[in-house]
Design a protein around this ligand. Structure first.
Ligand SMILES: Cc1cc2nc3c(=O)[nH]c(=O)nc-3n(C[C@H](O)[C@H](O)[C@H](O)COP(=O)(O)O)c2cc1C
Length: 176
């Protein structure tokens, strides 16, 4: 009841970085494996396709969350935060999660159908992040306002990988 009471979007972030344990917990809450015997996750996914990937964009670069080993895999070492969204606060916040669908894991449906399913699946992951942030006093906002072609190019995604939404996370406050 408390985290539901405190869940909110916020667009003012301090530039303070998240402790590694907090980032670890955030990612597990988002899309971690909570049933190792089946490999199922903290969020549902249609037909258990698990087509969503969570990428983490920080000042240090771009990382892929690998839930099977609960680790961040380095993808790029550039700071591309300015491309993670078109709003000003995005580039200064310490963490932007980017929810990416791998359409190649979704069978033979039409691309639009796959994208609709991935938007729904992303909603559950994003809400997990909202509730974790509420529990930890972190600020967060889910975002659709993204120049997706520019971000997909900067992240060097494969053509079948599509950015669905992104979510900014950090401590509440103002960047300098
Ligand atoms: C699918 C979706 C896309 C959104 N995109 C953005 C966005 O690009 N930028 C932003 O600042 N807020 C975005 N929001 C956050 C909403 O503006 C916010 O949830 C709404 O104002 C209600 O506020 P609350 O989350 O505090 O209840 C988005 C929300 C959803 C569900």
């Amino acid at each position: 009841m408390e985290v539901l009471r405190d869940r909110a979007s916020s667009r003012e972030f301090s530039s303070d970085t998240l402790p590694v344990q907090t980032l670890s917990n955030l990612l597990w809450a988002a899309w971690g494996i909570n049933r190792p015997e089946s490999g199922k996750r903290t969020a549902p996914s249609a037909v258990n396709r698990q087509e969503m990937d969570v990428y983490v964009i920080t000042a240090e670069g771009v990382f892929l969350y690998d839930a099977t080993i609960h680790a961040l895999i380095p993808v790029l070492t550039e700071d591309i935060r300015a491309l993670a969204g078109i709003q000003d606060y995005v580039k200064d916040a310490p963490v932007n999660l980017v929810y990416v669908s791998d359409l190649s894991k979704m069978g033979n449906a039409e691309e639009n159908q796959k994208l609709m399913t991935s938007f729904a699946n992303t909603g559950f992951i994003a809400q997990n992040v909202y509730l974790y942030c509420a529990s930890e006093g972190l600020a967060t906002v889910i975002r659709g306002m993204i120049d997706k072609p520019a971000l997909e190019a900067a992240m060097k995604l494969r053509p079948e990988q599509k950015v669905i939404l992104a979510q900014t996370v950090g401590y509440p406050g103002k960047t300098d």
